[in-house]
Design a binder for this molecule. Structure first.
Ligand code: KG4
Ligand code: ZN
Length: 334
């Protein structure tokens, strides 16, 4: 089965060609540089750029995969959650493309796509598995069973983990998105430099807005000159301290979930799964607790369309397709 995947929920325009479990092409055109000067994604700018990029990106994926569009068996596309205008560009294109080729259209939940990214490469995690979905917009801990049904054990009550990295990075004067910058600086920093708060809520819910506020106050309590000196002399230490606060919370939740559910397989997916400390600490948790840990390759942690094609193919195999009237669902949940 040959599936074209399309993803445009935020600021990445992506297309992938997937054939029977193998990714034949995975093209992502990031708009990050464009949004950086505004310190975050500007929705209007994002949708306008998706419009400009969607055709060449799909074309590039088909060319790279050496596939004629006529050979496709289905078109899978993200229909939520995400920015309405951005989602609309991908979905409208996918609808027209599928209609023109007379192949099924399969709407995919972006978060389900992230969960499916564990099956793209390397050994698939056994089922059921506990999956931490950590991205710029989401932080959820879910249990995924043999039939790919998701049971949400907990989710963030305010900011997502990636959002916390991005907002703190902005306070530190770093670029957007801030997660990769914080990760890089943290490599040579001392995580014990300052003890930022780790919020621990009942059950498996998360909260990261306190961390951002705490960093804000920590900086605001100093004079401009002091702040400048602190950021010049200790940026790496501060990044390491913030990163440790986020990673501690995520690893602690996963450890408790393994203990409480007796889970044997765990996975971490989404943009924040690219974080080097989180990857290391999850590996260590796996060894300590005797569980298998799956973390996708870096390319499949970030938003991409291969994971959408993978999720779409699974839906199609289970007999699901979407009506031509499918609309975007900006607040879709797992
Ligand atoms: O999954 P993704 O590409 O898009 C969303 O669905 O949100 O995730 C993007 C998020 C951003 O918040 C970014 O700062 C974060 O993932 N991120 C990282 C790293 N790489 C990306 N956070 C921490 N460390 C990283 N290395
Ligand atoms: Zn994502």
């Amino acid at each position: 089965m040959l599936v074209l995947g399309i993803e445009s929920s935020c600021d990445d325009t992506a297309a992938a060609v997937w054939e029977d479990g193998t990714v034949r092409a995975n093209v992502v055109s990031s708009q990050a540089d464009l949004h950086e000067e505004y310190g975050g994604v500007v929705p209007e700018l994002a949708s306008r750029n998706h419009q400009r990029l969607i055709v060449p990106v799909v074309q590039r994926a088909l060319t790279k995969a050496e596939v004629d569009a006529e050979g496709l068996d289905a078109v899978a596309v993200t229909y939520g959650p995400g920015l309405p205008g951005s989602l609309l560009v991908g979905l409208s294109f996918a609808k027209a493309f599928a209609r023109g080729l007379d192949v099924p259209l399969i709407g995919v939940n972006h978060l389900e796509g992230h969960v499916c990214s564990v099956d793209l490469e390397g050994p698939r995690p056994g089922r059921p598995f506990l999956c931490l979905v950590v991205s710029g917009g989401h932080t959820e801990l879910v249990r995924v069973d043999e039939n790919a049904q998701h049971e949400v054990l907990g989710r963030t009550r305010d900011d997502a983990a990636g959002e916390a990295f991005d907002k703190v990075a902005q306070l530190f004067g770093l670029g957007y998105p801030g997660g990769p910058d914080i990760d890089r600086h943290a490599e040579t920093g001392d995580p014990a430099f300052h003890d930022f708060p780790r919020s621990r809520l009942d059950g498996f819910d998360f909260s990261f807005s306190g961390l951002k506020t705490s960093v804000l106050y920590y900086l605001r309590d100093r004079s401009a000159a002091e702040r400048k000196r602190l950021l010049a002399d200790h940026l790496d230490d501060l990044c390491a301290a913030v990163q440790a606060a986020v990673v501690d919370v995520l690893v602690d939740a996963m450890r408790r979930a393994v203990e409480e559910t007796g889970g044997e397989h765990v996975a971490v997916v989404g943009g924040v799964a690219a974080n080097s400390s989180l990857r290391r600490r999850m590996g260590a948790l796996g060894r300590e607790a005797g569980v298998d840990v799956s973390v996708p390759a870096l390319t499949y942690c970030m938003d991409n369309a291969a994971m959408i094609a993978q999720a779409g193919a699974r839906r199609l195999a289970a007999g699901h397709t979407s009506p031509a009237a499918l609309d975007v669902h900006p607040n879709l949940q797992l």
